[in-house]
Design a protein around this ligand. Structure first.
Ligand code: ZN
Ligand code: FE
Length: 256
């Protein structure tokens, strides 16, 4: 039976996610920035919580750890390289480790750049990746602790996942990311069609998460730094991919 995955909106624009194995009843939460909305969602569904999966140490992703751990006795899993900054952590994981939820398992991918120890959880048989603040719908995380090279490597790793993989990113930043993407590659027809779909969804307050790796590959400017038509369109033809990526990231940083 496939995993049952639910979005839980928190704060202004964060998403936590509940991941439930209907066969065993086991449930995990990804990036609970605050406990209240997670508890309310679990109550409404009649689920208990066994696992807390963190992608990185930022407060809007770990702020609910301690309260949820105390309430449910859940085990906290997070990046091994950042155990000092993950509240309540029980198990540190790194590249290639497996995390099990009932009969399902996720591979841990190291995707540094936003922070120096950021991980993603990839459920290969469920075609889903939980990538925190690394890859966003039409965007990528800011470079707070890592370099452009770190982030470009991380994005290439996520981009290489099977195209049908659903991308569960941790923020609803899609509309503003889309405005920026149109300024860099406005002639991309797939992007323009996507922009219309995003505007329609957001006008009804429908989440744009998850997207897919295929759609991100075709439209996300941060995944296209080595695609020749993108480089021509952005005036970056001939530039090494990591330099082109860094330049697009800089443009986004100053975009209003
Ligand atoms: Zn963050
Ligand atoms: Fe965040």
């Amino acid at each position: 039976m496939p995993l049952d995955i639910r979005l839980v909106p928190m704060f202004d624009d964060n998403y936590g996610f509940l991941i439930h194995d209907p066969q065993t009843g086991e449930t995990a939460v990804v990036d609970p920035g605050q406990p209240g909305p997670i508890i309310a969602a679990l109550d409404a569904l009649g689920w208990s919580l066994g696992l807390i999966l963190n992608t990185h140490h930022h407060q809007d992703h770990v702020g609910g750890n301690q309260a949820l751990k105390a309430r449910y006795g859940a085990q906290v899993v997070g990046p091994a390289a950042d155990v000092d900054r993950i509240p309540g952590i029980d198990r540190g994981v790194s590249e290639g480790d497996l995390v099990n939820i009932g009969t399902h398992s996720a591979w841990v991918l190291e995707v540094h750049g936003h922070t120096r120890a950021h991980i993603a959880y990839w459920f290969s048989s469920d075609a889903a990746v939980f990538c925190g603040d690394t890859l966003f719908a039409l965007g990528c995380g800011r470079l707070f602790e890592g370099t452009a090279e770190d982030m470009w490597l991380s994005l290439q790793k996520l981009r290489a996942l099977p195209p049908e993989t659903k991308v569960y990113c941790a923020h609803e930043y899609t509309e503003s990311n889309c405005r920026f993407a149109l300024t860099v590659e406005g002639q991309n027809h797939t992007l323009r069609a996507r922009a219309e779909a995003i505007a329609a969804a957001r006008s009804k307050n429908i989440p744009t998460v998850p997207s897919t790796i295929a759609l991100e590959r075709a439209t996300n400017p941060f995944l296209r730094a080595d695609v020749s038509e993108f480089l021509v369109a952005t005036g970056l033809a001939g530039r090494p991919a990591v330099e082109a990526f860094a330049e697009i990231r800089r443009r986004k940083d100053i975009f209003k």
